[in-house]
Design a protein around this ligand. Structure first.
Ligand SMILES: [Zn+2]
Length: 297
């Protein structure tokens, strides 16, 4: 069935809510540089697509994209072309208002599928802050989606044997296992993220741009501070990876590997959706806490 909120008519909406077990998923990403080869919207493109694919395996309602995540630069900084940087308080306020609206429409379980590491800090604060007043929903988020390629995918092939991922040729398997054995660095605009975009919107990837900027770490000039456990600011990742690129070049990545990564990750996420949807303990324990438990009915 159609699982996307925005593509569902008002008439069909109650049927979707019921089939979803009153569970609504919000895809979340950001708009920021992903090396020179991946698109600015890499994180929200994969969150949106994988949330939808997974919802076709395990029915949940997929809310319109929460596109604008936290990238820790403002207009006063020299940031790459195309970045969108909002005050994090706007994001927290918007997310809470949207969750309240989702609950007004009859959902009592909300889950964010987050595909941007920079959102984790404020999502933790958001969850903490939800507790200061009653809400008609319980809220959870998946910390960040698995990069899948090459490491998880290689482990899958090594465990289940050659041919176990039907999308791949023998050369593809060889490439994925080679990068896994070489302990390829992955993190941002890496083999993992590049594969997802190749599986979703291959025309948005330009592998010819590889080699112009490095994705390998540089020593942060304030490493002596972070080494003793001093947390300085959210810019520190950028001191280590100033090209907004963390990873060895994903040379040889292709659409087949991308489609396999998207399918495997969608299946993994669908299993998480099922657990969250069928779980009763989360709502029940919140009801025990509330002075007026009927708010969660
Ligand atoms: Zn990303």
């Amino acid at each position: 069935m159609e699982t996307r909120w925005a593509y569902t008519s008002s008439y069909n909406f109650p049927k979707l809510r019921e089939a979803a077990g009153r569970t609504c998923v919000i895809p979340m990403g950001c708009i920021e540089k992903h090396g020179l080869h991946d698109p600015l919207g890499t994180d929200i493109i994969k969150a949106s697509h994988i949330a939808y694919k997974a919802s076709q395996i395990e029915t949940v309602c997929v809310f319109p994209d929460f596109t604008f995540g936290d990238t820790p630069f403002g207009a006063h900084t020299k940031r790459p072309e195309g970045s969108i940087c909002l005050d994090v308080r706007i994001q927290m306020g918007l997310l809470e208002a949207l969750c309240d609206e989702i609950a007004e429409n009859g959902f009592n379980k909300i889950l964010v599928l987050n595909c941007h590491g920079g959102n984790v800090a404020w999502l933790d604060a958001f969850e903490r802050n939800l507790g200061v007043k009653p809400h008609k929903f319980v809220f959870g988020y998946l910390r960040v989606s698995d990069l899948m390629t090459p490491h998880t995918m290689a482990e899958y092939i090594l465990k289940n044997g050659s041919g176990s991922i039907p999308e791949l040729t023998a050369e593809d398997e060889e490439l994925v296992i080679k990068y896994h054995k070489e302990d390829m660095l992955c993190g941002h605009a890496c083999m993992g993220e590049t594969a997802y975009i190749m599986g979703i919107a291959p025309e948005s990837v330009d592998l010819d741009m590889l080699g112009r900027e490095s994705g390998l770490p540089q020593e942060s000039p304030i490493k002596h501070l972070t080494d003793v456990g001093i947390v300085t600011d959210s810019y520190d990742w950028f001191r280590t990876f100033p090209n907004w690129y963390e990873g060895h070049d994903p040379v040889g990545c292709n659409e087949r590997i991308g489609r396999a990564a998207v399918r495997l990750e969608s299946e993994r996420i669908a299993a998480a959706f099922k657990l969250y949807k069928e779980d009763k303990a989360f709502v029940e324990t919140m009801k025990e806490l509330y002075k007026e438990p009927s708010i969660l009915d």
